[in-house]
Design a protein around this ligand. Structure first.
Ligand SMILES: Nc1nc2c(c(=O)[nH]1)N(C=O)[C@@H](CNc1ccc(C(=O)N[C@@H](CCC(=O)O)C(=O)O)cc1)CN2
Ligand SMILES: Nc1nc2c(ncn2[C@@H]2O[C@H](COP(=O)(O)OP(=O)(O)OP(=O)(O)O)[C@@H](O)[C@H]2O)c(=O)[nH]1
Ligand SMILES: [Mg+2]
Length: 443
């Protein structure tokens, strides 16, 4: 069994609640359970009892459940003490467990143990945290899928593809006397292309997953008086920002966390962009520009009722959705159109016409448009590993092109290792196993 110590923590949120749980994991659970209960608990059975401190004083009454290893969340012996959800009582109950030999758990340590016991891989363990902090229905569903192993399975599929390529190349290197040059075979190229394609698709899906977890960072920008603050209020469903007909009303950044059709996003209202001698307004504009540079999406608001709309100075490389506001004044009908510089929508923040089109666009931008049901959660760490894997794969293709099989094989291994970092699985055995099982070379 493990030589680990026994950890304990309040597993439920801070604050008053109906019920609260102190959870323990490790080899000390049995003894602590027996002390509290006065006898050995039945496995996975809810025992009603009175929790008492060392002097016999009553702390609380509640339930005790013992999950013997390996059938528990962590895979170790786990003990749950379920009491009333009072922070004061739970703190005393936890103190009692520490007195009985447990140690206060570090953040994430229960899930870390589940990983170390092989019950979850790394991507799944991260999904637990994403699930708990999910701010929208879509984010929770995505985290649930990653926790079920959806992301890991797709990573493993690419790893398998890479293994296949390595097996092929290793064999070609082992039998150079064969008449056919296996390294130059078009089929090998095709298979490499296929794996690269799968990797790219996985990268795109993971990027959508990351955006779901983080929540889209949407910045509203435009000329003064275009209706930026009105738009924020309309999407938030509340009068959060001050709206007046005076150009230059908004100075500070105003951030609102909103959920649009089950998608969480941060909307930022900014000062109208223009040249101004006014110091406070200048500072507002400076902040607006800094915020624009960090945006996942810019909502560029134009006043459709004015003919003098100047070009907006937007940073390069940030996706922009052009919003022609005040279409109630201009007489333009609600519409969506694709142009060379991106999507354009005609709407009215004041009447609310066209807002449904905008919400749909925001869903799309968050990677949750129609046909994206299988979204799973992902993180920057995963994207970075996928990028490294893709770079190694590309290098391998180049080496192969030059007939350098050994180098290509090594680079494919590097690509595999990069992917292995996502799940925490880097197994040489799998390759060995496949090499031996797919080649009957009789020696
Ligand atoms: N009270 C309580 N609720 C909770 C948790 C918990 O730790 N305690 N969880 C904590 O995050 C989640 C559930 N996760 C769990 C995962 C596995 C096992 C478990 O005992 N698995 C055994 C038995 C499976 C079975 O009977 O089918 C196993 O896998 O062998 C328990 C909780 C959500 N709800
Ligand atoms: N008719 C009409 N008026 C609008 C619409 N949207 C905003 N307005 C009006 O336009 C004026 C400016 O609106 P704001 O939302 O304050 O504009 P802003 O872009 O935030 O302006 P600054 O903060 O000064 O940069 C106000 O009088 C609004 O009532 C719209 O869709 N239709
Ligand atoms: Mg404003």
């Amino acid at each position: 069994m493990s030589s680990r110590d026994t950890i304990a923590a309040i597993a439920t949120a801070a604050g008053a609640a109906g019920v609260g749980i102190v959870r323990l994991s490790g080899p000390g659970c049995r003894a602590i359970a027996a002390t509290l209960l006065g006898r050995a608990p039945q496995p996975r059975h809810a025992h009603y009892l009175r929790f008492r401190d060392g002097d016999g004083e009553l702390i609380d009454d509640g339930l005790l459940i013992h999950f013997p290893a390996p059938h528990s969340y962590t895979g170790e012996d786990v003990l749950e003490l379920q009491g009333h959800g009072s922070p004061v009582l739970l703190a005393r109950l936890l103190r009692r467990c520490l007195d009985l030999g447990a140690r206060a758990a570090r953040p994430g340590e229960f899930t870390e143990r589940a990983f170390l016991e092989g019950r979850l891989d790394l991507a799944q363990a991260e999904a637990v945290a994403d699930l708990v902090s999910a701010g929208s229905d879509a984010a929770a569903r995505a985290a649930r899928r990653s926790l079920e192993g959806e992301f890991s399975r797709r990573v493993d599929a690419v790893v398998d593809g890479l293994t296949g390529l390595r097996v092929w190349i290793e064999a070609a290197l082992d039998f150079p006397e064969e008449e056919v040059d296996f390294l130059a075979a078009p089929e090998l190229r095709d298979r490499l292309q296929t794996v690269a394609g799968e990797l790219a698709a996985l990268r795109a899906a993971a990027e959508r997953g990351k955006r779901l977890v983080d929540g889209l960072h949407v910045v509203i920008a435009g000329a003064p008086n275009a209706g930026k603050s009105s738009l924020l209020n309309a999407l938030a469903g509340e009068e959060r920002a001050i709206v007046t007909d005076i150009a230059g009303t908004t100075r500070d950044l105003l951030r609102e966390r909103i959920v649009v059709d089950g998608i969480e996003l941060t909307l930022v209202d900014t000062a109208g962009l223009r040249d101004t001698p006014e110091r406070v307004e200048q500072e507002g504009i400076r902040r607006a520009r800094a915020e624009l540079a960090r945006a996942d999406l810019v909502l560029a608001v134009l006043d459709d009722s004015r003919a003098d709309a100047a070009a907006l100075p937007l940073p390069d490389g940030v996706p922009v959705l052009w919003l022609h506001n005040k279409c109630d004044l201009s007489g333009h009908s609600v519409a969506a159109e694709r142009r060379g510089d991106g999507r354009h929508l005609w709407l009215s923040a004041q009447t609310g016409d066209g807002l449904d089109l905008l919400r749909r666009e925001l869903r799309e931008a968050a990677g949750q448009g129609e046909g994206s049901d299988g979204a799973f959660s992902a993180r920057a760490r995963h994207l970075e590993a996928l990028d490294r894997a893709a770079a190694w794969l590309e290098r391998a293709a180049t080496q192969l092109h030059h007939g350098a099989g050994e180098l290509a094989a090594e680079e494919l291994r590097q690509a595999q290792d990069a992917l292995g970092e996502i799940t925490g699985r880097v197994d040489a055995d799998a390759l060995l196993g496949r090499i031996f099982s797919s080649f009957c070379i009789g020696k």
